[in-house]
Design a protein around this ligand. Structure first.
Ligand code: ARG
Length: 563
């Protein structure tokens, strides 16, 4: 039974408003004494020419809905109290029958959404910021996909630019082929760092680097071969990380793919009268919008990051005809995105307003600063390995006889990292803290995974309900609160889509886990004597496990059956 719809339909008989708008106005109040559903009446004031309080009072007297025990008004709010048995029955049965599809919809049918995320730079380490992007992007992809959107996952690799000239130069002078085979990114990073050190003493190296980049741009065989080698080696390393995380992409078209599309962009900008000369460079002036100019071509003729982004945006529009184009990139690039979106708009592209920068904060480890230039980086593989190792220690201590401990440790360890990334609003900075992340009883990944495993363990002790299930007996506060929480899944997902914030789903699943544990602690499930009630409780456990699994899945986190 869809209460929101039922309520909206009844209200619509009195207030002339769109059914969908009404439905979305209906909230699930934070406290049980405020009812099970609430409808704020502020928006009706204009239409009905009355104060919201009066409207709420009037509506409370005139609305009768089957399955709703009473309708009260509290100031400008209408509060609906449902018949608990009917409500629980319909909510739980719905979850059980939809199972892994519970929470999904066809909301996005026929709409294409491109999600660009991760986008590491080749020949450089995949760092914790890229992992942040990967976690958010993968989750947004899963969420949009679940709601019926057609999503295209794009990895906009940083595989072009003058730095590759420097790298070719460094390679020719200092590479150790053996190390390159063993640990490609570490070796490429080593020679890249060396290049910068040496260039400080001998600036002519910079010119040499520039020449190599020119050769690469001109498609000279040797340079192209080296660049291809760097790219393949890097991609192989990146894919190891994606495999660990269970992340996939539909396209790996990075910056290099657009290198031959620059002239067309420069011509387009020129034709539209947007280009201005500035110290030999070609720029689009944005001072009217309080921004520095967007540089399209450098004085030496080289194209740059922004131009490649403009080309990529046009390519994506042409190829995928997106309804929305998402870029999951750190907040430090906010200005870049504003500038290039504005430039697209000035070039007359209506669709520029469908492009969104989904920004996120920085990542810290207690007091270590992260920088690539000096080579002080946390290698991602080390980070993931450490999480798995630490998870194993915790499991060894808590459940030494567990079967397939390694597999569980992997899911718990990696899950704890993803969970940490997605726990708060994405623009907040995060600090990794191992003992906190891996704790079984904070607001953590392991806590939620453990709750799931607990539900599954209860279900394993249970023989399928053959006799009657009496949902009307699920009337303790803990039981009913849990049922209501489970019912709020779709609302959480829609909010996450609106705000492009996976953390809304994370918070939701934490709340479900908490409500489940309260229920578990207050109701003796296995030893309930009343069979009708016991079966109803079992169904509630089953429904909870489905919702937790589906929600974790949207975050890109695996569940384990035993823990
Ligand atoms: N490769 C870039 C970096 O590591 C991120 C790319 C962001 N995406 C974009 N379309 N500009 O900083």
């Amino acid at each position: 039974m869809d209460y929101k719809k039922l309520i909206a339909e009844k209200v619509k008989e009195i207030v002339s408003m769109d059914l969908e708008i009404l439905e979305r106005l209906i909230e699930i109040p934070p406290k049980p004494e405020m009812g099970d559903f609430a409808l704020p009446c502020f928006q009706f004031a204009k239409i009905m020419r009355k104060a919201p309080n009066m409207i709420a009072e009037e509506l409370s007297k005139n609305i009768k809905i089957e399955g709703v025990e009473k309708v009260e008004n509290l100031g400008p709010y209408l509060n609906f109290f449902v018949d608990k048995g009917t409500y629980s029955k319909s909510a739980i049965e719905n979850i059980l029958s939809e199972n892994e599809k519970y929470g999904s919809s066809a909301l996005g049918e026929g709409k294409n959404v491109t999600v660009e995320f991760s986008s590491p730079n080749i020949a450089k380490p995949f760092h914790v910021g890229h992992l942040f992007s990967t976690a958010i992007g993968n989750s947004l992809y899963r969420i949009f996909d679940f709601e019926g959107y057609n999503c295209i996952r794009i990895n906009h690799l940083g595989d072009w630019g003058t730095q590759f000239g420097k790298l070719i130069c460094a390679y020719k002078k200092w590479v150790n082929e053996e190390d390159l085979e063993k640990e490609p990114i570490k070796e490429l990073l080593r020679i890249y760092v060396k290049f910068h050190e040496e260039a400080e003493k001998d600036p002519s190296l910079e010119d040499e680097g520039r020449e190599y980049f020119k050769k690469l741009e001109d498609g000279e065989k040797e340079e192209v071969e080296l660049w291809t080698k760097f790219r393949n080696l890097s991609l192989k390393e990146f894919k190891k990380v994606y495999d660990e995380l269970g992340v996939e992409f539909d396209s790996y078209k990075g910056e290099s793919f657009y290198s031959d599309k620059m002239d067309a962009i420069i011509e387009e900008m020129n034709k539209k009268g947007l280009l201005v000369e500035s110290n030999g460079a070609k720029v689009v002036m944005l001072d009217e919008y309080n921004m520095p100019p967007c540089i399209i071509q450098k004085a030496d003729g080289a194209s740059i990051y922004a131009t490649r982004d403009i080309a990529a945006a046009e390519y994506r529009k042409k190829t995928y005809d997106f309804y929305k184009s998402i870029y999951v990139v750190g907040a430090e690039q906010k200005l870049h995105f504003k500038q290039f979106f504005k430039t697209l708009e000035l070039a007359g592209h209506e669709w520029a307003k469908s492009c969104v920068h989904v920004a996120f904060g920085t990542v810290k480890f207690a007091d270590r600063k992260l920088s690539t230039r000096k080579g002080e980086v946390i290698f991602l593989e080390d980070l993931l390995n450490k999480a798995v190792l630490k998870a194993k220690e915790v499991i060894d201590e808590k459940n030494p006889n567990l079967e397939n401990k390694d597999e569980v440790a992997k899911k718990v360890g990696i899950g704890s990292i993803i969970f940490t990334y997605l726990k708060n609003s994405r623009e907040k900075d995060i600090v990794f803290n191992w003992s906190e992340m891996l704790s079984f009883d904070g607001e953590t990944g392991p806590y939620v995974q453990y709750t799931y495993a607990r539900a599954k363990s209860i279900l394993r002790k249970f023989e399928e309900a053959s006799s009657e299930i009496d949902y009307s007996k699920l009337n303790s506060e803990e039981e009913f609160e849990l049922v209501k929480k489970l019912q709020g899944f779709n609302e959480a997902i829609l909010n996450a889509i609106d705000k492009l914030e996976p953390f809304i789903v994370t918070r939701y699943v934490i709340d479900v886990a908490k409500a489940f544990n309260k229920f578990y602690n207050s109701c003796n499930i296995i030893n309930t004597e009343d069979i009708g009630l016991k079966n109803a409780r079992m169904m509630l456990v089953k429904a909870s496990s489905i919702v937790i699994k589906n929600a974790l899945n949207l975050l890109g986190i695996n569940t384990v059956e035993k823990m």
